[in-house]
Design a binder for this molecule. Sequence first.
Ligand code: 5GP
Length: 183
Amino acid sequence: MTPSLADDIAEVLISEAAIEARVRELAAEISRDYAENSLHLVGVLRGATIFLADLVRRLTIPVTFDFIAISSYGADTRSTGIVRLVKDLDESVESRHVLIVEDVVDTGLTLNYLLEVLRQRKAASVEVCALLDKPARRRVSAAAKYVGFTVPDAFVVGYGLDYAQRYRNLPYIGALRPEVYGG
Ligand code: 5GP
C-alpha cells in the first residue's frame, strides 16, 4: 500500500468536526464584537492560512485581510527566540481595527513581536485570534482574546501546521509519531 500522511500521526488531538464547530463559535463571537467596526485580519503565514480561510467564511461582517510572515530562526520543533520579519504586509494598518490570526501561541515571542509592530504602525486596535494556545511554554506574556483550543506541550501538525513543510493539508490536528522527527 502507498504510505499515507496519516500513518505518521500518533494521535488525533482535535478532530475535523471539533475544529469546524469551534471555528463557527469563534466567528460568531468575532462578528458580534466587531459589529460596529470594520475588521482587518492579519494572517500569519504559513500556519494560519487554513484557519483564516475557514474563519472568514463564517464571519457575517465585512472583512478585509492581509498576510505577514515571521520566522523564529533555525530549530525545527523548538523556537530559538530570535524573531524576524520575513514578509511584510501589503497594506497599511494605520487607524484600522486589526485582528491577528495566528496558528499557535507557544513561547509568545512571535505574538509579542507582531503586537509591537502593529501598535507602532498606529492600528486603531489590535487583538489576537489563535487557533491553539500552549500556555505551558510561555516565555513572555502574550494573551489572545480569542482562542480555539488550549493544548498541552506537544508538537502538533495538521490544519495548516507543518513539520518540515509537510502535514499542513491534514484536515485535523494531531501529534506526530516521535520517530518522524527523531524524538
Ligand atoms: P512562539 O513564538 O509563540 O514560540 O511560536 C509560535 C510559532 O511556532 C507558531 O506560529 C508556529 O509556527 C510554531 N509552533 C509552535 N508550536 C508548534 C507546534 O506544536 N506545531 C507546529 N507545527 N508549529 C508550532
